[in-house]
Ligand binder design. Structure first.
Ligand SMILES: *Cc1c(COP(=O)(O)O)cnc(C)c1O
Length: 366
């Protein structure tokens, strides 16, 4: 047996350690996970009620077209239902885009470093990933533009960027899109867009109204707090959505996810609360980083990448021993940085206290 050539070199995704495993292994009674950008406030209580109500029909296949949820989102964003596609998380939408648009030898342009699923899925389809280094942690759009040619099928822009948390501005994106040839699909991944209301930040909904070759990706896993249900979506031109629908699994999103997502979108009060708490968390954490003399990238999502000026692995291990799971930059090619999710007020304070101790224990570089 021989799997296809394009996957032979691919690693199997390595998830962070689950909280329970860390507790057991280190004999800790409390472990705080600030590693996966999950919502520390959970999800809307209305979403929980919707999940429970759906238990009655668990034996029935879900609505493959997610008609009710589509209609709720179309109303929320002021777009047409045929402009929306759902996936089992936006990861699934990324996979479907790659599957629908790429064949062996096609080129696709992305930043390095950014969300790894773009490259992963493009490689499975045999496409060549052109990786353009970040500049000060930000997408270098002029450099990315320069790498577009006749073979380019897709450009990926993660805004805010994971793992750095930085954004490209409305102006920068516009200058870029004006020059991108119409045959290139631009994927604007806005998994964290709801966390910021900054007017300098582009909003994919406005962008797709102007450019037919842009699709924005959103998710219910982050501010909506429904990561385990696996539901995300793309919004774009009906022709693009149609092409992606042609490769979609018939029942790729489940009943619980659809019902919870619909209830969640209708509870914008909860979202506003989370956004406000997150902004306070960022203000607190960056204030503490300043006090500790640590640099960080400007954060627009619910996570911050901070330079701990020490080997990231050592700081990661030190924090782990104190019951805090973060994302160590050593795994992401940022050797002296860590990425930390903004938690609740209590979690943030515990993180800072642990970090301050660990910084004292681990010798600074240089
Ligand atoms: C978390 C994340 C996603 C995917 O989330 P799903 O759970 O698959 O919806 C997509 N893009 C970025 C940048 C993310 O950080």
């Amino acid at each position: 047996m021989q799997p296809k050539q394009t996957i032979i070199h691919l690693p199997v995704y390595q998830p962070g350690k689950p909280i329970e495993a860390v507790k057991r292994e280190l004999g800790l009674s409390e472990v705080i996970k600030l590693a996966s950008n999950e919502n520390p406030f959970g999800c809307s209580p209305k979403a929980k009620e919707a999940i429970v109500a759906e238990l009655e029909t668990a034996s029935l296949y879900p609505d493959g077209g997610a008609v009710e949820l589509t209609s709720a989102l179309a109303g929320h964003f002021g777009v047409q239902p045929n402009q929306i596609i759902f996936g089992a998380g936006s990861d699934d939408v990324i996979l479907m885009i790659a599957r629908a648009y790429l064949v062996q030898g096609d080129e696709t342009v992305m930043a390095t470093h950014t969300f790894p699923q773009y490259k992963h899925n493009c490689e499975i389809e045999g496409a060549v990933s052109i990786e353009v280094p970040l500049k000060d942690g930000k997408h270098d759009l002029p450099a990315m533009l320069a790498r577009i040619n006749d073979r380019t099928k897709i450009v990926w822009i993660c805004n805010p960027n994971n793992p750095t948390g930085t954004v490209v501005s409305r102006q920068e994106l516009n200058d870029f899109l004006k020059q991108v040839p119409a045959h290139v699909l631009v994927v604007l991944d806005e998994a964290y867009i709801e966390y910021s209301e900054s007017p300098e930040l582009p909003n994919g909904i406005d962008v797709i109204a102007e450019y037919d070759n842009v699709i924005t990706l959103r998710t219910f896993s982050k501010i909506y707090g429904l990561a385990s249900l696996r539901i995300g979506y793309g919004i774009g031109h009906p022709d693009v959505i149609h092409a992606i629908n042609q490769v979609r699994e018939p029942f790729n999103t489940n009943r619980f996810a659809q019902a919870a997502a619909k209830a969640a979108v209708e509870d914008q009060q909860f979202i506003a609360f989370c956004r406000e708490q997150n902004a306070q968390g960022i203000a607190y954490l960056t204030g503490e980083f300043n006090r500790l003399g640590l640099d960080y990238y400007p954060a627009y999502g619910n996570f911050i990448m901070v330079d701990v000026k020490r080997p990231a692995k050592d700081v990661f291990d030190g924090l782990l021993r104190k019951g805090l799971i973060v994302r160590g930059g050593h795994a992401l090619d940022f050797p002296t940085k860590i990425r930390v999710t903004v938690g609740s007020e209590t979690q943030n304070a515990k993180f800072i206290s642990a970090l301050e101790q660990v910084l004292g224990e681990v010798a600074a570089n240089g």
